[in-house]
Design a protein around this ligand. Sequence first.
Ligand code: 5AD
Ligand code: SF4
Length: 438
Amino acid sequence: METFGCQMNVADTDRMELLLFQAGYLRTPHVEEADLAIVNTCSIREKAEQKVFSLFGGLKPLKQSNPDLILGVAGCLAQQEQSVLMERIPFLDFVMGPDAVEDIQQIVSRVNQGEGPVLWTEFDSQKNYSIPEQTLVKDPGASAFVNIIKGCDKFCSFCVVPYTRGREKSREASEIYGEIRQLVDKGAKEIILLGQNVNAYGKRGLQQPVAFHELLYGIAEIPGVERLRFTTSHPMDFTRELIQAYRDIDILMNHLHLPVQCGSNRILELMRRSHTVEWYMDLIAQLKSEVPDIALSTDIIVGFPGETRQDFEGTLQLMEQVGFGSSYMFAYSPRPNTPALEMADDIPHEEKQERLQETIQLQNRLTEEKGRAFLGQEVEVLIERKTTRKGMSFKGRNPHYWSVVFKGGEDRLKPGDLARVRVEEVGGHVLRGSWAGQ
Ligand code: 5AD
Ligand code: SF4
């Protein structure tokens, strides 16, 4: 299995692996030994797509020397291209969309019975979103992702997700609580709720309506959950109740990833984000006044069609004003099926890259400023694993979701423990320090 793209894809790969294991397959790190190879793809930007095609270029000789090798493509690129992908990569045995993850056993068995190539890209709009028990992760680490909603109904003009992952569907709260209880029993301490737009949770597809903030309160009641996070949110679904939840729920960590995309009202409208810069800044101000210690991160797109230098400077200004601790920054990439494709992609490649570099430089400075504030402080770290980094013992994260590596406590601490760490150095978005004892 090879996985590109977001956390959702990583979770889908894990579930496919579990199902394939139940069908008798074992994982191998060597593709030369494999009977079955699946690439779980991403199509969010063109670059992600190119990586997939070059990977298959490398797999071609393998398929020629071993015709029994089954090769499949899963994920968003598969959903987007469907049979076109089979024409472009003629030696494929199956192409399956993100909604077909649970059908992987059937897909492989059809190929094994000589019914290939199989195309499996239908969305079942009638079906509720439920994750079968046998595909739930059995051996979580200290920090575990839990899917709560899939799809997206926002239709931002640049984004393929509503087309590749379909309409929003929420998972019943009782099922989510059940999975979290199991994860905690198996040692998970931190739960990260996952979805393309988690704060739209509960709007559609639930028999028992529950709003997103109510779900958070419900999870906080489950014994053994020590930390709670969620990703990703859309500003328009961010409610007052959710701000209140940050205050009320101790285990809800003081970090929020809230994509803004850009800092120009004209471009925000073309992006169909349905809010203005002022509206976003007001939301941030409310949040900061209720939760002064909140750490913020975001997604930024530069070079959207028609973006002027002035529009772009609005983005830099917004980043500075909010003071994001980190950002994912991208150059706009035109995507099939999206409305923005109709707008002239008129910013030259070099200009996009220059603007991207400018945002990266600005973000580096902001990250450095935020990082410096941790120096000499004690932070609480949830230990995720031991580290092989020289002179260091463990790696984990602090409440603000900064990576922390630290030395000391090797005979006392283990993954899953919360440790107090004194921060001595900062590099990028990583804090380094020493165990401060118990
Ligand atoms: N071009 C560049 N970036 C994109 N994103 C989504 N679609 C595109 C695109 N066409 C970015 C957005 C989104 C993140 C997941 O990917 O910033 O929030
Ligand atoms: Fe894409 Fe917008 Fe939905 Fe995010 S909210 S997945 S950017 S359409």
